[in-house]
Write a protein that binds this ligand. Structure first.
Ligand code: UFG
Length: 336
């Protein structure tokens, strides 16, 4: 397949690109490098520096590289930031997302896999969360992803766009070549490892949640497991595959959660990081972070049944261990 990966220089995108090229696909990466890194892109992929929000430019790229399917990973994705600057999220994720869909529509590319999020569920009514549970985001980030999910759904009904929408829970870990690097670092696992490297305390945001130890609970999934799910999802958008609709005419998206089904509290993450690194990581408790649900844990039953996907690298120590390995083998991060 010839695949365009938006955000292919970012964390989840770069690991997916690595897996796609290894599987023999031809990959074009579209990334504006605002949060991604040139050095994260597999040398076997073609990198185009630019925005997915420019319909004409993306359409030209789709035609130039004779793209069969798009994996749309690019987005602004920080829950906390989305609460203080929602405009940025609506501009980039929603307006940009529609511009991308327009490029697909006008060039007749009818296959997309969309990186969505557990943040669409908001404050879940039950755990583990299934895909038919109510979608009621409590942060602007989740809301913008819900908007793009809706647009994809209606493009399917109106224009026969075949799609898989993947609601990721908490991506973590690293492949050998690609890991998680953000500036500033706001995600829990890399932030804990950074605190450990720098020999300073780790601040946890709140310990008065209705959870066993009072800190938030999340479902961590190895980024390489996500990459495998992307490949299965891209295959599912083939017109011969009825999971994403009939060969022609209106289509409905296949929506799947991607998680492990097990939740770990923020304190449990710190304790696991202490075991992996062999160093003490003292904890300080700060105020709650705006927009944080107490518990997000997936039921990944549907991804298993429909896509044949299962997380294979699931233990917390494996996930944190791979992140720690990557940091040690890339002490200065990516070269650029
Ligand atoms: N946390 C801390 N201290 C930190 C950083 C994070 O206590 O320095 C806490 C957060 O408050 C939260 C938990 O660690 O309780 C996880 O926070 P992350 O920022 O690592 O991840 P989120 O759950 O907020 O969000 C992530 C992705 C989203 C995705 C979501 C789905 O960033 O894109 O998982 O569960 F939608």
């Amino acid at each position: 397949m010839r695949i365009l990966v938006t955000g292919g220089a970012g964390y989840i995108g770069s690991v997916s690109v690595e897996a796609l090229v290894e599987a023999g696909h031809e990959v074009t990466v579209l990334d504006d490098l605002t949060t991604g890194f040139r050095g994260a892109v597999s040398p076997a992929a073609r990198l185009e520096v630019g925005t997915y929000g420019d319909t004409a430019a993306v359409a030209a790229l789709l035609v130039r590289d004779r793209i069969d399917a798009v994996l749309h990973c690019a987005a602004k994705s920080l829950v906390g930031e989305s609460m203080v600057d929602p405009a940025k999220y609506f501009r980039e994720n929603v307006a940009g997302g529609i511009a991308l869909l327009e490029a697909l529509r006008t060039t007749g590319v009818r296959r997309i896999v969309f990186s969505s999020t557990a943040a669409t569920y908001g404050m879940p009514e039950r755990t583990p969360i299934t895909e038919s549970d109510p979608v009621q985001p409590i942060n602007a980030y989740g809301e913008t992803k819900r908007c793009v999910e809706s647009a994809i759904t209606w493009y399917g009904r109106g224009y026969g766009l075949r799609s898989v929408i993947l609601r990721y829970f908490n991506a973590a870990g690293a492949s050998k070549a690609c890991g998680e690097q953000h500036n500033p670092e706001t995600h829990l696992i890399p932030a804990v490892l950074l605190a450990c490297e720098q020999g300073r305390d780790m601040t946890l945001f709140g310990e008065d949640y209705a959870t066993p130890d009072g800190t938030c609970v999340r479902d961590y999934i190895h980024v390489s497991d996500l990459a495998r799910a992307h490949m299965l999802a891209l295959e599912a958008t083939d017109p011969a595959n009825t999971l994403t609709g009939p060969p022609s005419g209106p289509c409905e998206p296949l929506i799947c959660n991607l998680g492990s089904g097990t939740g770990f509290s923020n304190r449990q993450i710190v304790a696991a990081a202490e075991r992996v690194t062999g160093r003490p990581i003292p904890v300080k408790i700060g105020p709650r972070r705006l927009g944080d649900p107490a518990v997000l844990v997936a039921s990944a039953q549907r991804a298993h049944e429909k896509l044949g996907w299962e997380p294979g690298l699931g233990t917390l120590e494996e996930i944190i261990g791979s992140a720690w390995e990557w940091r040690r083998s890339h002490p200065a991060g990516y070269p650029d």
